[in-house]
Design a protein around this ligand. Sequence first.
Ligand code: GLC
Length: 521
Amino acid sequence: MSEPLWWRDGVIYQVYPRSFADANGDGIGDLQGIRYKLPYLAELGVDALWISPIYPSPMADFGYDVSDYRGIDPLFGDIETMDALLADAHALGLKVILDFVPNHSSDEHPWFRDSRRSRSSAYRDWYIWRDTAPDGGPPNNWLSNFGGSAWTFDAATGQYYLHLFLDKQPDLNWRHPVLREAMYDVMRFWLRRGVDGFRVDVLYHVMKDEAFRDNPPNPAYREGIDSEANRFLPVHTADLPETMGIVAAMRSVVDEFPERVLIGELYLPLERIVAYYGERLDGANLPFNFLLIGAPWNARFIADLAQRYEAALPVGGWPNWVLGNHDKPRIASRVGDAQARVAAVLLLTLRGTPTMYYGDEIGMHDVPIPFAEVRDPFERNEPGKGLGRDPQRTPMRWYPREGAGFTRGIPWLRMGDDVATRNVATQSDDPDSLLSLYKSLLRLRRQSEALSRGDFRLLAVDDSVMVYERRTASECYVVALNFGDQSVAPPVMLPGDLVLSTVSDPLTGTLKPAEARIHRL
Ligand code: GLC
């Protein structure tokens, strides 16, 4: 076995900073709140936290619209608190990953303010400006991921600027060498401060077609159901071949510092995700694998998915798995409470670095948000399609009381009506809770080289059960997951000793409904 490596052997936990812990009582989570909760994360048993953007921002897209890449938004704290958070985390053995948002800045970033001032601004070409099309409309048919055209006309200089997200998120021009160097220096700024790596926002979007050709229509588009952006296939706005050069350059910046990690956000098909490891493994260390997020929850599909992913990985590429994030419905809402326990076992026993989403360890559900309380611009732009992301961003629950120990003020999003049972304190006292299951799984995984680093082999699958092993030369675990709601005999005999089950009184030779178990050989 090779040397230990934290991002390969460990578990990543995503903190959505607005919703984790509010130390100053303004109803919005902050860095000081995260600092207070670091011991919780250490005790839970994760190895790293990834914090969604904390930089100065007008918050049009809740921090994914950055107006200063080198600062901290006063809502979240200041740079001293960030430094203290890094020091505290490191003292507890936790790594800290920041979000890096290279595709676009805020329209309030000084670069963009200057860029839009005049066509001769030194910053003009740091963004993407084009003339009106001959028909008098926008330069081409590209659409914003949040609905509407991706082009906004700016009367001051008589041109359109590109924004693949909100008009308040102008796209940066990654074909401009000086912009590129400025962004690499931003990465170095944080790496020098001790940040352990980056999750790179919409990495697959950074390059766009140089000829600005129209995207072709998407024949599968469902009017009124799909988000408007899906009207066209993003052939000329996503996953361009030139992107790989940028990824490799980001990777070499990260590699200027020891033991850092580069993670890419990639909503792409399997064969394209794995391309982002780079031809010589010089791309992302972990191109995020979101395949479980949209997957139908059944044994055959998941077994096939795990095998296809394993087979597609480049030699030396380390896998990873994600069950949820701040953009997608929560796992407990997607599969229900019983299967959320199966999902925990799956995530923490598949081969590859798991990324957990805050609150999933206590089984938080999506919280329905009445229209008047909607905060997410995606829901406001395309209402009623179920695309809004507020439901999965509601505050973490720490205690069964008003404000849930998240805030002493008024939370920025409503808490949901199940705080009394789904909170950390209550579940900590219950050995059968989901939180206790997560802790047991994280402990077992940490103690076992086979579970963290061993080979994966599918042993059997039928209509409801998937069985696989994780093995090193000296250790072997067998994992069986019942995706169904009936008691069943597993498709193969489960050898060895039972070390963990998701049900309290497991039987021999039968898996109970929604039972997942781990045997040691
Ligand atoms: C990513 C983020 C999402 C954000 C978008 C634009 O997909 O995860 O929250 O809205 O990029 O930055």
